[in-house]
Design a protein around this ligand. Structure first.
Ligand SMILES: Nc1ncnc2c1ncn2[C@@H]1O[C@H](COP(=O)(O)OP(=O)(O)O)[C@@H](O)[C@H]1O
Ligand SMILES: [Mg+2]
Length: 261
């Protein structure tokens, strides 16, 4: 049994006078300790899928099982406890602007009423993991995008999650910063064994850190497998388009050869 098992997940949104079927039977399995990528066009249902996994959005039907726990069957109270083990990071970082880095990371621990001494110890540990010890008293407004996302990752790490769901976590960052945040995710995966689901429209991010991946198209997972396999031989229309575009960026010289521009 895989660590994350999603079966026949459906979600419909009711728009003004028609209903919008956004997840149309998602099936997915992710092994423990994997960094698993999901790529898809804008509007394919990626964010809805992540939000249904931790039930920020309630799915209509289907099941999500994480580490043997059926998330879809939990009461609100049980879900609140279970969610501590399911971290999430966002494109927009979602930090508290009026709290310092330290306070942002301590926030989930304070909610749990952890003892002050233990909070201090845990936050220090997390600050060292994310490499921001010197920014503990800074406010988000004083940080770069990459540093903000490190704080987002730190806040999620405070609870020692089993899983981190990343919804376009690097899509607002420049290429160098993207790489440093992906490196941090990889380090967390290797050091702590956290399973990571990287949901993005940036195929290069998946290529950089994932071993397995899936392609989502109109609310359905249309293919999944090893990243290397899908790159060699994409079967789906969406997979082919993504890989064609990726290859074009790798191969073409739009501004002539060798000359600086
Ligand atoms: N809260 C919502 N209410 C109504 N429609 C929504 C809501 N969230 C997403 N949708 C619709 O679901 C579809 C998929 O959106 P989303 O999951 O955000 O896709 P992606 O993250 O792949 O870009 C879009 O058509 C969007 O308009
Ligand atoms: Mg999205």
């Amino acid at each position: 049994m895989s660590f994350i098992e999603i079966k026949d997940l459906h979600k419909t949104f009711a728009d003004k006078n028609k209903s919008n079927l956004v997840l149309n039977g998602i099936d997915l399995s992710v092994e423990k300790g994997d960094i698993f990528g999901i790529v898809g066009f804008s509007g394919a249902g990626k964010s809805t899928l992540v939000r249904c996994i931790n039930r920020l959005e309630e799915p209509d039907s289907g099941s999500v099982v994480i580490g043997g726990v059926d998330i879809t069957a939990l009461s609100k109270k049980e879900l609140a406890l279970e969610r501590r083990k399911i971290g999430m990071i966002f494109q927009s970082f979602n930090l508290f602007e009026s709290k310092t880095v330290w306070q942002n990371i301590a926030y989930p621990l304070r909610l749990e009423k952890m003892k002050k001494k233990d909070i201090e110890a845990r936050v220090s540990e997390v600050l060292s993991l994310i490499g921001l010890e010197d920014k503990r008293n800074a406010y988000p407004g004083e940080l770069s995008g990459g540093q903000k996302q490190r704080v987002g990752i730190g806040r999620t790490l405070a609870n020692s999650p089993d899983v981190i769901l990343c919804d376009e976590a690097t899509s607002a960052l420049d290429p160098q910063t993207t790489i440093s945040v992906l490196d941090l995710l990889k380090e967390i995966n290797q050091k702590l064994g956290v399973t990571i689901l990287l949901i993005t429209h940036e195929l290069e991010a998946i290529k950089y850190i994932c071993r397995n991946m899936a392609v989502i198209e109109n609310g359905v997972i249309i293919e999944q497998g090893l990243v290397s396999g899908i790159f060699q031989n994409p079967n789906s229309k969406t997979g082919k388009i993504f890989i064609d575009v990726y290859s074009s960026f790798q191969n073409k010289e739009y501004y002539g050869e060798g000359e600086g521009i």
